[in-house]
Design a protein around this ligand. Structure first.
Ligand code: GTP
Ligand code: SPV
Ligand code: MN
Length: 618
């Protein structure tokens, strides 16, 4: 077990034993894999010994009704207007706990800070456990300890993974029941996997001074242990998501030869029936969910352009016979609410119309949720995300307010969503919020330069994590906060994965967020991004032209001739490569890359030099 519950003390655990002993999940699991069932029994028991809950509840069915009923009684959920938003609820977080907290997020190893590199916080395993144990001890006194065994990925997929989150928080349980797979349908996959990532989450007192989101990739027999305390919010507390499916997974992927990426994944359907699978890695609150739900603009829809969704946030990629195949480890959305409307994202609006948990949105006098960008005007009477009457100052909904909904409610879910083998990927997009410099799209000259494009992403920070918004920072592959080991080795792994692929995805930099001098977006974005995807598909199938520039191929302006409502001059501005600007960008990039010291792959420096030379000759 991970921690000594009470060193030296004998405790009577018979009560807990009999509670856990009633679990049907464990007994079914035992028939498939006795060892994993026994080990889970022991982990639950030892965790209970440390946390000292009043009782233990195993989540072994996907029926959420009892949980929701209990949460309505305690006020943890508020019922929304059931005519407008049937089976939908509002949860309000503690005001000090509304976004991921990167400063409190640690990767812990028994080695040194070098294991995790300059972009992560590191703590020695022993030191971390010394801090965490007293915070955890007896922290569930008088509370229920929920145990949520979950499965990530299509049922039965050898690319999927098993996990267990232990938590006192019903809101966390409810979210996990939507964004992962739980219940009897997962027992077989779970048992066959033969091991699981263990996550322990305790609300404690929500003391932000003692908030920790810690990862121990070496513990739990090398499968990984996650401990999160004093936070109940999103990625800090839903341990299946960024903690397991990215931080723990990336490290394992690097050893086992696959990739865990902060990517959405869609299938793009062309009028002639061609299907092209495209991923997109953009930092938090920078457009993944929206692109994954894209609707073609009317002119393209008429011709037959359409998109189907596999993943909106995380993609796991395995190379099979030289072809990269992607799966979505998740089963639900935890999506940004503000600016979601029938205009910007009609598919999201349809998806969240029922059976949805809203977190930190505002509420009108009819019990209908509201957020900035939903409609043109504020309703007459409104309560803000904290529950106070809204007086027109500040934001009514929190900028990081979210919806949690099953992917099954998405109207254009790909038929291959449940395909255990995944789908073959032809293109990677990297991007983020850049008010200047970065063109609407360009294509890398090679795999290595594509990895460079990913690694050199410098983008504006957003409200998805605590701290200042709109500050430029290096966020390679949108993975800065989510890589569970040294990013220099992560870059190296990317290069090597390219070597393993016979058919390498083409790599692009995209930017929907260029602004004019008045701060208005130059590109309408959302459905218009389909024109950009059309060029990507054209390139993949060797149909579309590209013009050489210092950083890669850009589309000729004619590719966008049928775009309505954007001046040709604006389009050519959006597609222009500012060679001089990129030269200084590369200087910034160089100093960032240097922070990795000798661990930084020479092969990536070679790609860097090539691009830099071109910025001098173009
Ligand atoms: P996380 O879930 O935090 O990882 O974010 P995400 O990458 O899924 O971002 P999401 O699609 O939720 O978009 C974040 C914000 O950017 C929302 O307010 C969107 O409305 C807005 N947004 C998304 N796509 C576009 C676009 O093409 N143009 C503009 N201007 N805004 C966009
Ligand atoms: C992100 O921050 O990238 C999110 C939200 O998707 S959270 O689950 O909180 O990480
Ligand atoms: Mn998202």
């Amino acid at each position: 077990m991970f921690i000594d519950a009470e060193p030296g003390a004998e405790r009577d655990l018979s009560g807990y034993k009999s509670m856990i002993g009633k679990s049907e999940f464990l007994s079914d699991l035992r028939r498939i894999n006795r060892e994993v069932s026994d080990s889970l029994f022991e982990d639950i028991l030892q965790t209970a010994a440390l946390l000292a809950p009043e009782n233990i509840v195993m989540i072994e069915s996907d029926d959420r009704s009892d949980l929701i009923k209990g949460m309505l009684e305690t006020g943890m959920l508020l019922e929304l207007n059931q005519n407008e938003y049937p089976d939908s609820y509002l949860h309000r977080s503690n005001v000090n706990d509304v976004a991921r907290s990167e400063k409190d997020t640690f990767i812990c190893t028994t080695g040194s800070a070098d294991d995790v590199g300059p972009t992560n916080n590191w703590m020695h395993t022993e030191k971390a456990l010394k801090i965490l144990t007293p915070l955890l001890r007896n922290s569930m006194n008088g509370k229920t300890m929920y145990v949520v065994p979950y499965w990530l990925g299509p049922k039965g997929s050898s690319f999927g993974d098993a996990g267990v989150e232990i938590t006192n928080n019903a809101y966390v349980v409810l979210n996990l029941m939507i964004i992962t797979k739980v219940g009897p349908e997962i027992t077989e996959s779970f048992g066959k996997k033969g091991s699981y990532v263990l996550g322990v989450h305790s609300t404690c007192t929500l003391d932000s001074q003692n908030r920790y989101i810690t990862h121990f990739p070496e513990l739990n027999d090398g499968k990984g242990l996650i401990i999160s305390v004093n936070t109940d919010y999103g990625g800090n507390a839903l341990l299946s998501k960024k903690c397991h499916a990215l931080r723990i997974a990336t490290r394992r992927a690097s050893r086992e030869g696959w990739m865990a990426e902060h990517m959405m994944l869609i299938g793009l359907n062309e009028p002639d029936g061609t299907k092209t699978y495209i991923t997109g890695a953009f930092p938090s609150s920078s457009g993944k969910t929206n692109l994954s739900m894209i609707v073609a603009p009317e002119e393209l829809k008429k011709l037959g352009w359409a998109s189907e969704l596999i993943s909106d946030d995380i993609t796991w990629i395995n190379v099979v016979n030289g072809v990269p195949f992607g799966i979505n480890p998740e089963s639900g959305f935890f999506g940004v609410v503000p600016q979601t409307s029938y205009k910007t994202n009609p598919n999201a609006m349809k998806t969240i119309k029922s059976n949805t948990v809203f977190t930190n949105v505002a509420l009108d006098s009819n019990g209908v949720p509201f957020w900035e960008g939903k409609e043109e005007k504020y309703p007459d009477e409104l309560w803000d995300w904290t529950g106070k009457k809204f007086d027109g100052t500040g934001k009514a909904a929190h900028p990081n307010s979210r919806f949690t909904t099953s992917v099954r409610q998405y109207p254009y879910l790909s038929q291959d969503f449940d395909n255990p083998s995944g789908v073959p990927i032809s293109a990677f997009l990297y991007g983020g919020r850049r008010r200047d410099l970065v063109p609407l799209i360009y294509e890398s000259y090679s795999w290595d330069e594509g990895v460079l494009i990913g690694a050199m992403q410098r983008v504006e920070t957003t409200a998805a994590s605590t701290g200042q918004v709109g500050i430029l920072r290096n966020d390679p592959m949108a993975m800065r906060p989510f890589t569970g080991y040294n990013m220099a080795r992560y870059f190296d792994h990317h290069l090597k994965m390219g070597d393993a692929m016979k058919i390498k995805p083409r790599i692009y930099n995209v930017n929907w967020f260029r602004k004019d001098t008045e701060g208005k977006f130059l590109w309408p974005g959302y459905s218009y991004n389909m024109y950009v995807l059309r060029w990507v598909a054209g390139r993949v199938h060797s149909k579309a032209k590209g013009i050489e520039t210092a950083v890669g191929y850009v589309p000729p302006v004619e590719e966008f001739r049928d775009v309505k409502g954007v001046l040709p001059k604006v389009i050519s501005d959006l597609l222009r490569v500012d060679t001089k600007g990129f030269r200084s960008e590369l200087e910034e990039t160089e100093s960032f890359f240097k922070t990795f010291g000798t661990a930084f792959p020479e092969r990536l420096w070679a790609a860097f030099r090539k691009m830099k030379e071109r910025t001098e000759s173009f």
